[in-house]
Design a protein around this ligand. Structure first.
Ligand SMILES: [Ca+2]
Ligand SMILES: [Ca+2]
Ligand SMILES: [Ca+2]
Ligand SMILES: [Ca+2]
Length: 313
C-alpha cells in the first residue's frame, strides 16, 4: 500500500516543485515585507533582499506603461541601521538594479511606486542589468500574457563574505535567478545570471541561462550545485571528485561509495588496509593480496606443560 501511494506521489509531483515558502520565510529572512504588490525577503546583515516575489497578471502587465521613473524610496519598514541608501550605489560601479522590474509594474502609479523601494534593489553589474537580465524581465511579461498569470521569485545569491559598497556597506550579490512557475506546477522555468559585467551582451541568449529549478547549495558558497564546479568546496572539481558532495573525500578506489579516508578496506579485497600494510601488499590493489593461508599468523599457546603453535587470522 505504501509503495502504491509513493508511486502516485512520484508521478504526480514534479521532481523540483517550487514553493514560495522555500524562499520567503521567517527562518531565512530577518524581515519579510509585503507592500501589497511584492513580497521581499530582507536580510539585515546583507542590508539587501535575498528574494523578491510576486504574481503577474497578463491583463495588466502591458497596460498604461508609465515611463517616468519615480524616486527610489528608503524602505521605512526596515530598522534604520539595516537600510540601504540611494547613495550607497554612487560611484560603486554597480547599477541600482530592480528585482521586481519597472516594466512589469508600470501599469499603475501605485504599483510602480511599490517597486521603487530600495528593499527591491540590488547592486547589479551594468551589462547584466541593462542587456541580459532585462530579457528575463521581458520574458516574465510574455509568459504572464501567454498563461494569464505567472508567479515569479527573484532569488539572490551571496557569498559567505560578499563585496560591500557604500557608507552602509551593502552586500553585492554573486548571482541571481528568476524563477517562474504556475500554481499547479505544470509550468516551471528557472533562469540564472552571474552578477558579472564581463559578458558578451550581443550574443546573450535567454535559453543559455536556463537551469534545473533546484536551489541546493551543498557547500553554502552562494553557487548552487547546478552551477558550482566544486560542490563540496574541497578543492577537487566535481568531474575529478569521486564523492563530489563529501568534502572529506575525493578518492574511492573500489567504488563502493565510501571514500578512501573512511573506508577500512580501500580495494574491497576482504583484507583491511592496516593488515595489507602489515603484510606488505598494496591496499589500493585488490589483485595484490595474501591468500588466507598465506595470511595466517601463528602463535604459541600453552597446553598443559607444552607450547603448541596454532594458526590465527
Ligand atoms: Ca555551492
Ligand atoms: Ca569537490
Ligand atoms: Ca571505497
Ligand atoms: Ca584491502
Amino acid at each position: 500500500m505504501y509503495k502504491k501511494i509513493l508511486a502516485i506521489f512520484i508521478f504526480t509531483v514534479p521532481l523540483f516543485s517550487i514553493t514560495l515558502s522555500e524562499f520567503i520565510n521567517d527562518t531565512d529572512c530577518d524581515q519579510t515585507i509585503n507592500n501589497g504588490f511584492i513580497n521581499i525577503c530582507y536580510d539585515y546583515t546583507l542590508k539587501s533582499p535575498k528574494a523578491v516575489s510576486y504574481t503577474l497578471d497578463g491583463d495588466l502587465v502591458n497596460e498604461l506603461n508609465i515611463e517616468e521613473r519615480p524616486y527610489l524610496s528608503i524602505e521605512s519598514s526596515v530598522p534604520s541601521e539595516y537600510r540601504a541608501s540611494y547613495y550607497d550605489y554612487t560611484n560603486s560601479g554597480y547599477d541600482r538594479g530592480h528585482l521586481a522590474s519597472h516594466g512589469s509594474w508600470n501599469w499603475s502609479q501605485e504599483s510602480l511606486d511599490a517597486v521603487y523601494t530600495l528593499a527591491n534593489i540590488i547592486p547589479q553589474a551594468p551589462n547584466v542589468n541593462r542587456y541580459t537580465w532585462v530579457k528575463a524581465e521581458r520574458y516574465e511579461r510574455f509568459v504572464a500574457v501567454q498563461r494569464g498569470t505567472v508567479n515569479v521569485v527573484n532569488v539572490v545569491m551571496y557569498s559567505a563574505n560578499p563585496e560591500r559598497i557604500g557608507d552602509n556597506q551593502i552586500a553585492v550579490p554573486l548571482a541571481y535567478c528568476k524563477v517562474l512557475y504556475s500554481d499547479d506546477q505544470n509550468y516551471t522555468k528557472c533562469l540564472y545570471y552571474k552578477n558579472d559585467n564581463n559578458i558578451s551582451t550581443k550574443l546573450d541568449d535567454l535559453g543559455e541561462h536556463e537551469i534545473v529549478c533546484d536551489f541546493t547549495d551543498t557547500d553554502s558558497d552562494g553557487y548552487i550545485d547546478s552551477i558550482d564546479t566544486d560542490d563540496d568546496n574541497d578543492g577537487v572539481i566535481d568531474v575529478n571528485d569521486a564523492l563530489p558532495f563529501n568534502s572529506n573525500e575525493y578518492i574511492d578506489t573500489d567504488g563502493d561509495g565510501i571514500g578512501n579516508n573512511a573506508d577500512t578496506d580501500d580495494d574491497n579485497d576482504g583484507v583491511s588496509d592496516t593488515d595489507e600494510i602489515e603484510d606488505g601488499t598494496n591496499p589500493l590493489d585488490s589483485s595484490d593480496v595474501k591468500t588466507s593461508s598465506e595470511n595466517k599468523k601463528y602463535a604459541p599457546i600453552l597446553m598443559g606443560d607444552i607450547f603448541v603453535i596454532v594458526p590465527y587470522n
